[in-house]
Ligand binder design. Sequence first.
Ligand code: CAA
Length: 260
Amino acid sequence: MSYNNILSEVENGIQHITVNRPKQLNALNKETIEELSQAFQSAEDDKEVQVVIVTGSGDKAFVAGADIKEFASFSVEQGKALAAEGQKKLFDLVAHMGTPVIAAVNGFALGGGLELAMSCHVRVASDQAKMGLPEVSLGVIPGYGGTQRLAHLVGKGKALEMITTAGMIDAHDAHRWGLVNQVTAPGELMDACLKMAGKMKKNSPKAIAAAIAAVNAGYETGKNGFDEEIKRFGEAFGTADFKEGTTAFMEKRKANFTGE
Ligand code: CAA
């Protein structure tokens, strides 16, 4: 499929998705959200895709937020719809994917950009990256899940400090705070992501999807993470991947998972 605002290609079982609006620092307008939604959904539906890596084009920004120029004249109703549709189409979709998603944070990840990175399962950042939720400086608040996901990742106090000051933190502070998993030199960012993806690819896709669902359940209203874990653990015993994984262990060989 061809897109206007993103690049998407599959290589060695990894879907690389790049937000490609470098002149606007990869800001997320409506069309970009739509295209990202389609690309992530196609990754989720494609059995050949075992990991997704999302990044921004150019060396300056991952994503500098929602497109301010696009929403500047919105009404209350349009504002609500922007957040509701964006969360459903993209941010919740990414967070709930069974295929693990790595954000390669190559520069500014602000507002909707940090929210996109936080929807991903893992974040690796270049030491040049800067992160923040500056929405209150515009008279609005984070609307793509940032008030919730930032507090989940760094705790309520630090989340409220970042949100109320509208400040940016660097990659090293983000690492110390638990917002990113790893920091690399800019030239090593993609290699670090590929290395992590390589480790993920060795494991059962079926079990990875179940583990993501169990972890997510602990953060969702009305769900009990422990109950979800028990259910998913039990279901794993009925999968071909479980038979293969345990058989391979006993036969002292590497498992060859099919994701069934
Ligand atoms: N939306 C639209 N355009 C943006 C943008 C955004 N979020 N961020 C940057 N751009 C555009 C700029 O307008 C500029 O375009 P022009 O050349 O046509 O004027 C171009 O990208 C380059 O940006 P700057 O000249 O500002 O670059 P800089 O190096 O001086 O500053 C920056 C970089 C600090 C990231 C600055 O661009 C900035 O503060 N951007 C906005 C960040 C922001 O507030 N993000 C939150 C958006 S609101 C949101 O995301 C809501 C939500 O949760 C749903």
